[in-house]
Design a protein around this ligand. Structure first.
Ligand code: ZN
Length: 105
């Protein structure tokens, strides 16, 4: 995240690669490390959200009588579940993967 006083501050080292990068705050990652972390978290979040969407379909298959209107709503809900779960899981995984190994919960 870019600090409002970025131009007045000396470059701060990245928390992961220790490259001095202007515009980041202490403990933040440089843009390269942040992109790498986001890609790793997003690829894992894809599987989590796919599993969650399949669970929604499985639950609806077992519990709900699937009439045509219900199927349309189910499709909307499954797609929404996929994207919401992916966004939330990506953020949680980024937070978990960013911590040093000694601080894992
Ligand atoms: Zn870095």
């Amino acid at each position: 995240m870019r600090s409002p006083l970025a131009s007045a501050e000396p470059p701060v080292p990245c928390a992961e690669c220790l490259t001095r990068t202007p515009g980041i705050r202490w403990g933040d990652l440089c843009p390269d490390c942040l992109d790498r972390l986001r890609r790793r978290a997003s690829s894992r979040a894809r599987y989590i959200s796919l599993l969650t969407s399949l669970l929604v379909v499985w639950y609806a298959w077992l519990r709900i009588s699937l009439r045509p209107a219900t199927r349309i709503w189910l499709a909307v809900i499954v797609v929404a579940t996929y994207f919401l779960t992916r966004k939330i899981a990506t953020q949680i995984l980024m937070d978990l993967m960013r911590r040093p190994p000694g601080e894992q919960p």
